[in-house]
Write a protein that binds this ligand. Structure first.
Ligand code: DLL
Length: 432
């Protein structure tokens, strides 16, 4: 069985990786300084010249880029190649403010596909596999990214996109899909529908590649049980290429960053100071191979921990933990910092599933948090007294975990809308 897609890189010694990064970083800074007036100005303002960047240690001299810069430079301000060399655009969902568009040359797409191929091989994917891609296709990077990776591996690729869940399951059964790729919330929904259709015995799934949104370890175990597969995390963002910036191996203990393409740093989100391995902070990426849209020190707002060492899978690529939240995802409720993922963990530990919504409001100048969670079909037939006990238990556990009183509302099974892409978990009415 093939264990690595590019073993020479995935198992490269630290010294070799560092000298590869040194060389690529220098070349990339020269390319960006020459071709991107927007970033040249930022470097000039900071008093940094391309010649100052001699190795990876100098990375921290470069200015950061933020989402605001991307919006200011929209649409072409950060394009680093002539338009005729760019062959593709992808874009973020753009729920707030202006859309972010990212450009790719033909070569950029090749490299991106290779990153996704590494992710597929890491979960046991090979030429004999049938890979069903149920991430959205189009401007969203999920579908095109995993599709490209699956082609590289040589697996049979089903470009399903998201939606039409019964048809998805029909195809899975008929074609003997072995690997599925979608958001974890859609995987959970597919799992529910498989149960309803009584199709569990007809599935041949062995692995799932789930990402694009936060999910907990508890949710992972739930999906694995429902679909009879091993569930793996995959991370990425449009600005840096899409899925495959990092991927989880069979160990399921964090995600290997494809650091020959994307250098990672962890910073203190408040001061911008670079933090050592093992410390939690905001992850910042620098693209050192992409030519059309090479972002330098891009602040993702995603919070995690980086660790270096050889993984038991044999890979040496630096590892990032599962995401612990986003700097802008964190809710501040009556002064307490709350991440939706913490609440999800409590819910699942109390026997609920990840079908919930958090409604935050402000009543009489005070914040309120309402945790609406679906009863499972088994709980639904409980007596009123038992339901009251469940509700109280959940409220107490949330109180001790968050240090905050939250109202708990138990709702009927299937009453919270299911998601075929990224789930909407938080409704913050305070901003309206
Ligand atoms: O979500 C790319 C992607 C597609 C990743 C398919 C994985 C699989 P964007 O729409 O630009 O790109 O959203 C990027 O989603 O900054 C994170 O906050 C979040 N995100 C992505 N992957 C994960 C993950 C794609 N595995 C933003 N866990 C990122 C938690 C994730 N959050």
């Amino acid at each position: 069985m093939q264990l690595y897609y590019q073993p020479d890189i995935e198992r490269m010694s630290y010294d070799e990786m560092k000298s590869l990064q040194d060389r690529r970083l220098k070349e990339q800074v020269a390319h960006v300084y020459k071709n991107v007036a927007y970033y040249r100005k930022l470097m000039d303002e900071k008093g940094v010249a391309p010649g100052d960047i001699k190795s990876t240690e100098d990375l921290r001299k470069l200015p950061f880029l933020t989402k605001d810069d991307l919006r200011d430079a929209y649409p072409y301000g950060l394009l680093a190649v002539p338009l005729r060399d760019a062959v593709r655009i992808q874009s973020t969902s753009g729920t707030t403010g202006r859309r972010v568009v990212a450009f790719y040359t033909r070569e950029d797409i090749e490299l991106w596909s290779e990153c996704c191929a590494r992710a597929i091989v890491a979960v046991g994917g090979a030429r004999d596999d049938v890979v069903q891609v149920c991430y959205g296709y189009g401007l969203f990077t999920g579908g095109p990214g995993l599709d490209g990776g699956s082609h590289k591996v040589g697996s049979l690729t089903l470009p399903m996109s998201s939606g039409n869940t019964e048809r998805q399951i029909q195809f899975m059964c008929d074609l003997g899909t072995t690997i599925i790729c979608c958001t974890p919330s859609y995987a959970a929904y597919i799992g529910e529908t498989v149960e309803e259709m009584g199709a569990r015995d007809k599935l041949k799934l062995k692995a799932g590649i789930f990402g694009a949104e936060a999910w907990s370890e508890e949710m992972r175990r739930g999906i694995e049980a429902k679909l009879g597969l091993k569930a793996h995390d995959i991370y990425g963002l449009t600005e840096i290429s899409g899925p495959g910036v990092s991927f989880e191996c069979c160990e399921q203990t964090g995600l290997h960053v494809n650091e020959d393409h994307f250098m990672a740093e962890i910073i203190d989100p408040v001061t911008g100071e670079v933090l050592p391995y093992g410390e939690k902070g905001e992850i910042v990426f620098t693209s050192i191979t992409k030519k059309a849209f090479p972002l330098m020190r891009y602040r993702t707002r995603d919070i995690c921990v980086l660790t270096r060492g050889t993984c038991s899978c044999g890979r040496t690529l630096v590892k990032m933990s599962r995401l612990m939240g986003r700097t802008d995802d964190m809710l501040i409720i009556r002064g307490v910092n709350v991440f939706p993922s913490q609440i999800e963990t409590v819910l699942i530990n109390c026997g609920f599933q990840a079908n919930y919504q958090l409604i935050v409001d402000r009543v009489n100048f005070s914040d309120t948090l309402d945790v609406r969670v679906e009863l499972t079909p088994e709980m639904f037939s409980d007596t009123v007294r038992k339901l009251e006990t469940r509700e109280r238990e959940l409220r107490d556990k949330l109180k001790s975990m968050l240090g905050l009183y939250a109202k708990v509302t138990l709702v009927e099974p299937k009453s919270i809308a299911r998601s075929e892409g990224k789930a909407v978990r938080v409704i913050d009415k305070r901003k309206i």
